[in-house]
Design a binder for this molecule. Structure first.
Ligand SMILES: [Zn+2]
Length: 350
C-alpha cells in the first residue's frame, strides 16, 4: 500500500507518498520484490515528481563542446557584427536604445515571443562563455541590464506588467544560438506557470495567510532543502523539483521585478554563479532559468520575484533527453537525485 506523509506548514502542503515499485530483484534471482518509489507534489505549482532508485541517469563525464561552440563565422552578438546586426529600441521605449553594462548588451529580439521581448548577451566580446566562466560579475551585469529593460518597458506601457527574465544555454535547453544569452518577456497576460503562481498566491491570501513565497521559505528554512541566504535572496532546492538539479531563489527585495535593485541583482548573480560552478562539477553542460514577476497585483497578493534554474540534458550527440513522456505530457518529473542531495552539496558552497 502507498504510504502517504503530509506535512502542513503555513498553509503549504508537502505531500509525499511511497508508491512501492514492484520489480524483479536481480540479487534474488529475479524474484519479485519491492523498491522505494517516492512521489511528491509541489506545494506551489502542483506538479509531481517521482524519485527512482537504482538508476544512474546523470552524466559521468563532461561533454566536449569544442566543436559545437567554435565560431563558424557570422554571429549577430559577436564583436564584429553586433553594432551592425542588432538594432536599438526606440528612445521613448528604452532611453538608452541598446542597454550596455560593461560586456553585457541587451537589444530587441528580432523574433517576437512576447509583446516586448529583449535578448541580451552576458559577454559581447566573445562568442562563447563556458559555464565555469559565467561568473558573478558577468551575471550581475546581464541581469542588471535586463532589469533595466523591464523597468523601461513598464514605464512605457504599464499594461505589460507580466514580466520575466529567462535563459537557455546551449541547444539541449532549446537555445538556437550558441552565443550565451538571456531573454525577457513582457506581456499583458501571464505565462502559464506565472498564472499558476499568481493564482496560488491569491488562494493563500484568501485563506488568510501571509506572503506565499516567504511562507514557503519559512517552512523550509530549518530543513534539509535550504541552501543559504545572500542579501535578501534565499536559495533552496524545491521539495518537488520540475527539473534536474533544480534550485530556487526567493527574492525578498520587493514584489515584482521592477522592485529589484542593484543589491538584489548582485545577490542573485553571486548565488547563480555558485550553482553554475556546482553544475560544472556535476558534469552538467546546459540549463534553463526563469526569474518570474507576479504581475500587476504582485504587491497586493504578497508575491516575491521567484528565480528557478534547472539543468538540462548534456550537449552530447547521443545523450538521452531529460524530457520523457512523464515531463512533456504529464507535467511530472522523473529523476534519480533528490533536492536534499542537491541542497546538501550546494550548502557547502554558500
Ligand atoms: Zn557570437
Amino acid at each position: 500500500m502507498a504510504e502517504v506523509t503530509v506535512r502542513e506548514v503555513n498553509g503549504l502542503r508537502f505531500e509525499e507518498r511511497d508508491l512501492r515499485g514492484k520489480v524483479p530483484v536481480l540479487a534474488d534471482g529475479g524474484a519479485f520484490g519491492e523498491i522505494p518509489l517516492v512521489r511528491r507534489v509541489d506545494p506551489i505549482f502542483g506538479t509531481g515528481v517521482r524519485f527512482i532508485s537504482g538508476a544512474k541517469i546523470q552524466p559521468e563525464s563532461r561533454a566536449d563542446v569544442t566543436e559545437l561552440t567554435a565560431s563558424d563565422g557570422f554571429c549577430p552578438f559577436c564583436p564584429d557584427f553586433h553594432e551592425k546586426y542588432t538594432f536599438p529600441f526606440p528612445a521613448e521605449m528604452v532611453p538608452e536604445g541598446k542597454i550596455r553594462r560593461n560586456r553585457a548588451l541587451v537589444v530587441p529580439n528580432i523574433i517576437a515571443y512576447s509583446t516586448y521581448s529583449a535578448v541580451g548577451v552576458y559577454d559581447s566580446t566573445r562568442h562563447f562563455v563556458p559555464m565555469e566562466e559565467l561568473d558573478a560579475n558577468l551575471l550581475h551585469d546581464a541581469l542588471g541590464a535586463m532589469l533595466q529593460f523591464v523597468r523601461d518597458i513598464r514605464s512605457y506601457d504599464s499594461r505589460a506588467s507580466y514580466s520575466s527574465i529567462n535563459a537557455n544555454y546551449l541547444p539541449p535547453s532549446g537555445s538556437s544560438l550558441i552565443h550565451p544569452h538571456l531573454q525577457s518577456s513582457n506581456d499583458h497576460v501571464p505565462l502559464a506557470s506565472q498564472a499558476v503562481l499568481i493564482e496560488r498566491a491569491r488562494r493563500h491570501r484568501r485563506e488568510g495567510r501571509g506572503l506565499l513565497l516567504e511562507d514557503y521559505v519559512e517552512a523550509e528554512r530549518e530543513g534539509p532543502r535550504y541552501i543559504g541566504r545572500l542579501g535578501n535572496a534565499h536559495f533552496l532546492a524545491p521539495f518537488a523539483p520540475s527539473g534536474f538539479r533544480e534550485v530556487w531563489a526567493v527574492l525578498g527585495g520587493g514584489a515584482d521585478l521592477t522592485d529589484l535593485g542593484d543589491e538584489d541583482a548582485t545577490a542573485l548573480a553571486e548565488g547563480l554563479a555558485m550553482v553554475l560552478a556546482a553544475y560544472v562539477d556535476w558534469n552538467l553542460g546546459s540549463f534553463n532559468f526563469a526569474l518570474t514577476g507576479g504581475g500587476p497585483e504582485a504587491a497586493a497578493l504578497g508575491l516575491n520575484p521567484l528565480f528557478r534554474i534547472v539543468a538540462r540534458s548534456n550537449p552530447d550527440p547521443y545523450y538521452r533527453s531529460d524530457v520523457t513522456y512523464f515531463e512533456r505530457l504529464y507535467g511530472e518529473l522523473m529523476v534519480d537525485i533528490t533536492p536534499e542531495e542537491t541542497a546538501a552539496e550546494l550548502r557547502q558552497r554558500f
